[in-house]
Ligand binder design. Structure first.
Ligand code: FAD
Length: 330
């Protein structure tokens, strides 16, 4: 079957950006396959006709709306498995994000379907979808074909760009169809107590022009004051980012994490302080226009892909840099 079902995650009355990208990508692929792109939203009374229907603007022709807890994987697996069984979709597509990974994996197990994760591009060949996934530290691309009746494709964060399906009619709407889902026993084991979004000082690191990123070399959570001061000195559209090592250690919020399991950024300037440059970090920031690294180890891998490398103790260099930028700005 040539139809594609896309999971659209939503929070506080807005559809997630990566989900919008997945719907746009699903619409493009479905039209090449000669099918339709459908979306599925899961939630409660907050899922208005307007919110669900708005996915039409990104190319969904129909939106299935299931009343079940949003933000937990198993209820979404139940809802998607039912919609796919009833409608015969050939593919399920997810934007990047941890919930998509969990739902996609659960759905694959439920349907006995093939799954491709961390996908960066999808093509059509011989009337079927072929997913591209970087392998070997992003140095090569593998092509994944599906033998199962349903193929499950989970994008890497920011892999699919949200586009307006018809710029002439930006408000486009889709048919909304309510689906009754009987939750499986495992879907009733967990309850959503609270849903929230963690932000790093309420800044959007994906949209920042200048990112000052801190790693384990900062030594402790308080070390982030140094990089915060530097970001403040740059002013304008600048923000602080972090490695996974430090967010896992609780030194900085997860929302600031860059890399394979964090965010992908492409600022004009990326300044790394005390970051080794592990491949999982590199994949999230390698497309920055200018990369500057401060590291006391001259052999740190980050210097291999930096435009400017400063070998030395960040505790001495960062405050001096901050002063110099402040002085230059007057
Ligand atoms: C499946 C998987 C997914 C992952 N996803 C991510 C991800 O999304 N993002 C991510 O960042 N990581 C990710 N990681 C972790 C990654 O492999 C590295 O462990 C992590 O990026 C290292 O963080 P770091 O550079 O802060 O710390 P370290 O590797 O410990 O580097 C600290 C650096 O600071 C330098 N330093 C120490 N003191 C000073 C000083 N005083 N002055 C200057 N320099 C100093 C050291 O020389 C060193 O190079 C992932 C790992 C796995 C297995």
């Amino acid at each position: 079957m040539a139809d594609i079902l896309v999971y659209a995650l939503h929070y506080e009355g807005a559809i997630n950006k990566n989900s919008l990208g997945a719907v746009s990508e699903g619409a493009r692929l479905a039209s090449e396959l000669g099918g339709e792109c459908h979306a599925i939203v899961v939630g409660g009374d907050d899922l208005t006709d307007d919110l669900a229907g708005s996915l039409g603007a990104h190319g969904a022709t129909k939106v299935f709306r299931a009343k079940a807890p949003e933000g937990l994987a198993q209820p979404v697996v139940d809802a998607m498995a039912k919609v796919i069984a009833d409608n015969g979709h050939g593919y399920a597509l997810f934007g990047g994000g941890l919930l998509g990974f969990e739902v996609g994996a659960g759905l694959a197990a439920r349907l006995g379907a093939g799954v491709a994760m961390e996908v960066t591009a999808v093509n059509v060949a011989d009337g079927k979808l072929v997913a591209e996934r970087p392998i070997l530290g992003d140095s090569a691309i593998s092509e994944i074909n599906f033998r199962s009746d349903v193929g499950i494709i989970i994008g890497r964060l920011n892999a699919f760009e949200a586009k307006n399906a018809d710029p002439a009619h930006p408000g486009g709407s889709a048919t909304v169809e309510d689906v009754d889902v009987e939750l499986s026993p495992q879907a009733q084991q967990a309850t959503m107590v609270n849903r929230g979004e963690q932000r790093g000082a309420d800044v959007d690191i994906e949209g920042a022009d200048v990112l000052v990123a801190g790693g384990r070399g900062l030594g402790k959570a308080e070390g982030f004051e140094l990089v915060e001061e530097l970001a403040k000195a740059f002013g304008g559209n600048s923000a602080v980012a972090a490695t996974r090592a430090v967010v896992d250690a609780g030194w900085y919020p997860y929302a600031a994490q860059i890399g394979q399991t964090g965010k992908t950024v492409s600022p004009k300037l990326y300044l790394a302080a005390g970051i080794s440059g592990a491949i999982q970090h590199k994949v999230g920031m390698q497309s920055a226009e200018n990369i500057v690294a401060i590291n006391k180890d001259a052999n740190a891998p980050i210097f291999e892909f930096s435009d400017l490398g400063i070998v030395g103790d960040l505790n001495k260099i960062v405050p001096k840099l901050t002063e110099a930028i402040k002085a230059k700005k007057g």
